[in-house]
Design a protein around this ligand. Structure first.
Ligand SMILES: C[S@@+](CC[C@H](N)C(=O)[O-])C[C@H]1O[C@@H](n2cnc3c(N)ncnc32)[C@H](O)[C@@H]1O
Length: 373
């Protein structure tokens, strides 16, 4: 049975699915989901690029931030938990460790925990991280408990299943997914999902009539769990995101949900809704709600900025400047440019930094100030 047939069957027998239920099946169904079958979906041979695909320079820059955080957690203790959530096959962790190895006391303290929902990606981690196997403390689908160190994630929350809503003349409606013949179609329903209307009410935003938006309830649930499990240290999140006023307040917006397949992006559901499992689905994270939720759960926001300014603070310009001549130097400079590009990865990706029990240190990554464009 194909994933489309399975979703059609489920809608027929149990009624329309919320979009979050559809997206969860489309991306994470245990056998047929987009992320389930392959160890890696990004890169030139895949469907989309993440900063990790641009080259090792991204991991090298993150390593600068992590090395600075290490003595701030437990005074350069010999145990430093590095927890990567949504670690995929471990390429970002490898790039970070390849850089960290140049600072032996820091590298020796690292206990790496890889948290990844896809079993295929988890199975590939040992080969990708072959040079760093003694550093791996755990690999599994769930965040570990009692973390003293850093939890970090690149493009995790923007890959979570979201609810979709639209404002009609009769009030707020939730976009569901239903069966029509053998096909998957959208269906507007009354809002029944617990927490959805409250989410928008807490923000104090009114979605204009005719506009659509996404609500990422799972991101807040994940954040609460991360805040609880982090005993002391930092949380660093890098995601496609925007401020709530921009996501929800502007007239005529159709939301940010985007589907990717072989480097083609599509926002019209007609292009991808009927082919679940073939497309990556992602949506911009509401930074305003993330920060408010984190602060309600014991985390202190230390910085919120575009990836451009974060990476500049960590020395991206210096890396480009010292890249040298020749092909290797050019490749490195181009990689830095791609990571910083305004209108591309540099400004669409936002970085949020939080601390717990570490005071309010001035972090290198935040040295350009709070700058969200
Ligand atoms: C867009 S990919 C990013 C992968 C990698 N971080 C990178 O930057 O290339 C999102 C990853 O998060 C994983 N993921 C999604 N939900 C998760 C969850 N709740 N816990 C752990 N991993 C999850 C997916 O399986 C996928 O590997």
């Amino acid at each position: 049975m194909s994933l489309r047939e399975l979703i059609v069957e489920r809608a027929r027998t149990r009624g329309p699915l919320t979009f979050a239920e559809y997206m969860d099946l489309a991306l994470y169904h245990p056998e047929l989901g987009y992320y389930t079958g392959a160890a890696q979906q990004s890169g030139r041979a895949g469907d989309f690029f993440t900063s990790v695909d641009i080259g090792p320079v991204f991991g090298r820059l993150l390593a600068v931030q992590l090395a600075e955080m290490w003595p701030m957690v437990d005074g350069a203790a010999t145990r430093f938990d590095l927890v990567e959530a949504g670690a995929g096959n471990g390429r970002l962790a490898r790039d970070i460790l390849d850089a960290a190895v140049e600072t032996p006391p820091f590298y020796d303290a690292i206990r790496l925990h890889l948290v990844e929902r896809s079993a295929a990606a988890r199975h590939a981690q040992a080969a990708v991280l072959a040079a760093h196997l003694p550093t791996i403390a755990s690999s599994g689908p769930d965040l570990p408990d009692m973390i003293r160190g850093v939890i970090y994630a690149n493009e995790l929350l923007d890959a979570f299943p979201v609810h979709r809503v639209t404002m009609t003349h009769d009030g707020l409606r939730e976009i569901h997914v239903d069966a029509d013949g053998g096909h998957v179609v959208e269906r507007l329903e009354q809002v029944r999902t617990a927490g959805l209307a409250e989410y928008l009410k807490d923000l104090g935003v009114a979605i204009p009539v005719g506009s659509r938006a996404e609500v990422n309830l799972l991101a807040l649930q994940w954040l609460r769990s991360a805040a609880r499990r982090l005993e002391r240290g930092f949380l660093m999140l890098i995601d496609y995101g925007d401020q709530a006023a921009r996501l929800y307040g502007a007239a005529g917006r159709q939301g940010t949900l985007t589907a990717y397949h072989r480097h083609t992006d599509a926002t019209e559901p007609a292009d991808w809704l009927d082919a679940p499992g073939d497309w990556d689905l992602t949506s911009h994270v509401d930074l305003t709600s993330i920060v408010a939720c984190a602060e309600r759960h014991g985390l202190q926001c230390l910085g919120a900025l575009d990836q451009t300014y974060f990476l500049l603070g960590l020395g991206a310009a210096e890396i480009a400047g010292s890249a040298g001549d020749g092909r290797a130097g050019l490749t490195k400079r181009l990689a830095v440019k791609t990571l910083l590009q305004p209108g591309g990865l540099g400004s669409t990706l936002k970085v949020l930094l939080f601390g717990k029990g570490v005071g309010t240190p001035a972090l290198r990554g935040c040295s350009q100030g709070t700058r969200l464009t």
